[in-house]
Write a protein that binds this ligand. Structure first.
Ligand code: DAH
Length: 347
């Protein structure tokens, strides 16, 4: 009995001693380990004495002894690991005062650069920006824009339809946003509509199934074709340079009457002829026209009171011309060797 009490006291004393152990270095931790846990260490010696504890007390005392050993091991381990961490820092020779490694600056995608530039150019003459849905219905993409039911643009070859509902499609142009705007806004309207459009085209150097357009719309009293021409000329000079010339050719779009296509003088060869302008000196960049009275009427705008013009351009085409990019696929591959060339084009 006396033996057991003595043993218990020694264990308790060791527990409190171990709990308050401190060390100033790894060497000191090792000395503590030897002192308590080596073969001749203080904890191990208690295990030797355990043999003489009477059988009926062995269970109690054994439990206390095991707890003590676990505790001692944990304490030594935690002291050791606090130095391990310090040691690994000094091993890699970390110098927090050294300058950081160089981080390559990112760059805007060229299509974003040009889209933002287009927005800025039109902003200066009072055009605001709006967007519309990429998933459209037949009404806004075709019918309200005066497309006849058998128009080839409605063909499955050109348009992505939803199989379960032929009324739903991926918009083929941003002209759909003209309709949405005129349905909800009273003139005067002076807006541009940038966005993604989709057509069922095989991917090549000149075509892609996803591309980008900017649509423009101006509706007011007494808007004339001269206003359209002046606006587009201003745009072309701002985008491609003061020397740029424009020419308008007659064309056909169901939602404008009259309709035109606009060419700019080729800014690659300066108009003398190259393979980009196919040796004509001119490059087509957009479609345009005076908004058809049927379209105005559909949107609840009185064509006897208001007139207006609209235009639509492909952002890829403008970007290719501006930065002499010869293959459309480069815009979608995201090869950093291509994209890096636009670092600093921050518009
Ligand atoms: N939506 C036409 C296209 O994708 C481009 C266009 C032509 C837009 C004439 C217009 C316009 O606003 O007046 O080919």
């Amino acid at each position: 009995m006396e033996e057991q009490i003595r043993m218990k006291e020694r264990i308790e004393q060791l527990v409190s001693e171990i709990d308050s152990l401190k060390a100033a270095s790894l060497e000191e931790v090792e000395q503590l380990r030897l002192k308590y846990l080596s073969k001749k260490g203080m904890v191990s010696v208690l295990f030797d004495d355990f043999k003489s504890v009477p059988a009926e007390m062995k269970r109690d005392v054994g439990q206390l002894l095991n707890d003590l050993k676990t505790r001692a091991n944990q304490r030594i381990d935690s002291l050791k690991s606090s130095f391990d961490r310090g040691e690994s820092v000094s091993k890699v020779n970390l110098d927090l005062t050294r300058p950081a490694g160089h981080i390559q600056p990112g760059s805007r995608h060229p299509l974003s650069v040009v889209r933002n530039r287009i927005i800025k150019i039109f902003d200066r003459i009072g055009f605001t920006v709006a967007e519309g849905p990429e998933i459209e219905d037949d009404l806004h993409n075709f019918s309200a824009l005066n497309f006849t039911p058998d128009h080839p643009a409605r063909d499955m070859q050109d348009t992505f339809f939803i199989a379960t509902n032929p009324d739903i499609l991926l918009r083929t142009h941003t002209s759909s946003v003209q309709i949405r705007t005129m349905e909800t806004t009273n003139p005067p309207i002076r807006m541009i509509f940038p966005g993604r459009v989709f057509r069922n085209e095989a991917i090549s150097a000149r075509a892609h199934c996803i591309f980008h357009q900017v649509e423009g719309l101006y509706i007011n009293k007494d808007v004339s074709f001269a206003d359209l021409k002046q606006t587009l000329m201003y745009f072309a000079k701002e985008m491609f340079g003061e020397d740029t010339e424009i020419r308008l050719r007659p064309s056909y779009f169901p939602f404008t009457e009259p309709s035109g296509e606009m060419d700019v003088s080729c800014n690659i060869c300066g108009g003398t002829g190259c393979n980009i302008c196919k040796y004509t000196g001119w490059v087509e960049i957009l479609g345009c026209g005076m908004v058809d009275p049927n379209t105005l009427e559909h949107c609840g705008i009185d064509p006897q009171v208001y007139t207006g013009f609209a235009f639509g351009m492909g952002i890829e085409r403008i970007t290719m011309l501006k930065y002499q990019v010869k293959d459309l696929r480069l815009f979608f591959e995201n090869d950093v060797r291509f994209l890096r060339q636009f670092t600093g084009y921050s518009v």
